[in-house]
Write a protein that binds this ligand. Structure first.
Ligand code: PXP
Length: 245
């Protein structure tokens, strides 16, 4: 059985910091604590509007991380230049709209093949392994394969936001079959968005799932329990689900 990995997204530590323009709470400290509690990687999204994570945060986390840094990024010239200079171990290309509250849908790889292929190649040269954040749709998976991305990350928002068990089961079936398909054509499969303590187990049971990137639910719980407990508990749910599947 393959292990399942947890990437902890620490963006919302920076959201709290930036709300008051202070230098605390520090996302760099959060990254270290998350790693000590069992995070397998640290995920962070350098947004074009810098609403939470800053360039400095990314540089310092890259220097201090003991596991790996997964940089979520829009495929724009500015952000790509920063990514090449920082050379994170992993990058996840996401669509980005300034007015959105969070990443609201998958990347349209089909309509942006040339641009994405170029970015995957440029980051490959600095040793960064790329994944494409896409909806679990066969045509987008095929396009991800064509542009040479080694990984896809499935957007689990439709699963997480389902309003009844039937709808959630339907979305789970789509994620399950598309994970098997992506794996069958040689892509690694990660997932993320809206995963929490209640809904993560079913996703962790999908045998091809490699890494789950989770932010909001962990940081929200950490306010009450501390970050160590929040990370440990989520990881234990994932690992138990995988081991007992
Ligand atoms: N993966 C990607 C690519 C994301 O953009 C995000 C944040 O939207 C996440 C995972 C984590 O989502 P959440 O904060 O809902 O756990």
């Amino acid at each position: 059985m393959k292990p399942i990995y947890l990437g902890v997204n620490i963006d919302h530590v920076a959201t709290v910091r930036n709300a008051r323009g202070t230098d605390y709470p520090d996302p760099v400290t959060a990254a270290a604590i998350a790693e000590l509690a069992g995070a397998d990687s640290i995920t962070t999204h350098l947004r074009e509007d810098r609403r939470h994570i800053t360039d400095r945060d990314v540089r310092i986390i890259r220097e201090t991380v003991k596991t790996s840094l997964n940089l979520e990024m829009a495929v724009t010239d500015d952000i790509l230049a920063i990514a090449k200079a920082v050379a994170p171990q992993k990058a996840c290309f996401v669509p980005e709209r300034r007015e959105e509250v969070t990443t609201e849908g998958g990347l349209d790889v089909i309509s942006n093949m040339a641009k994405i292929e170029k970015a995957v190649n440029e980051l490959d040269k600095v040793g960064t392994v790329c994944s494409l954040f896409i909806d679990p749709v066969k045509e987008q998976i095929d396009a991800a394969k064509k542009v040479g991305a080694p990984f896809v990350e499935f957007h689990t928002g439709r699963y997480a936001n389902a309003t009844n068990p039937q709808e959630q089961e339907k979305e789970l079936q789509i994620l399950t079959s598309m994970a098997a398909y992506a794996d069958s054509i040689g892509l690694g499969v990660n997932s993320g968005h809206g995963l929490n303590y209640q809904n993560v187990a079913a996703i962790a049971r999908i045998p091809q799932m490699n890494e789950l990137n989770i932010g909001h639910s962990i940081i929200a719980r950490a306010i009450f329990t501390g970050l160590t407990e929040a990370v440990k508990t989520l990881k234990a749910i994932m690992v138990d689900a995988r081991n007992n599947s």
